[in-house]
Write a protein that binds this ligand. Sequence first.
Ligand code: NI
Length: 170
Amino acid sequence: MALLPILRYPDPRLHKIAKPVEVVDDRIRTLIHDMAETMYDAPGVGLAATQVDVHERVVVIDVSEDGNNLLALINPEIIWKSEETQVYEEGCLSVPGIYDEVQRAARIRVRTLNEKGETIEFDADGLLAVCVQHELDHLMGKVFVEYLSVLKQNRIRTRLRKQEREALKA
Ligand code: NI
């Protein structure tokens, strides 16, 4: 097990598009375990492989209160979205300290491989639906701040670059 460094916006590597996983083997299972450890340590409710500079379609999520319900998604796809939407205040481990409202589908159906390489489908709503959509965006190289106004995006970039400079000085 290992904690993995998390890329921070506006790192250009966050905009790479992840490739599908070809074989669900021990390499992928180790990646999942390391990503889960990194997510719980942060702490966060979701992490995409893109955020740890691995550009393969792997996501870990745990929206449970006790942090004991890990969901590992390999090659996940959203196969249905409701027309009804919900607005949620989102944050992201790659955009520390920034929270803002994003509108997304209220309910979704997901098809994915699990850690054993089996295809499963599940429905999600509420925070889980938000989280799956947010993490799948990461796999497509999209960070949630891209849903915000250009003005807000510029402010966030300036603030995070400043934070980084101050961290380097310290
Ligand atoms: Ni994120």
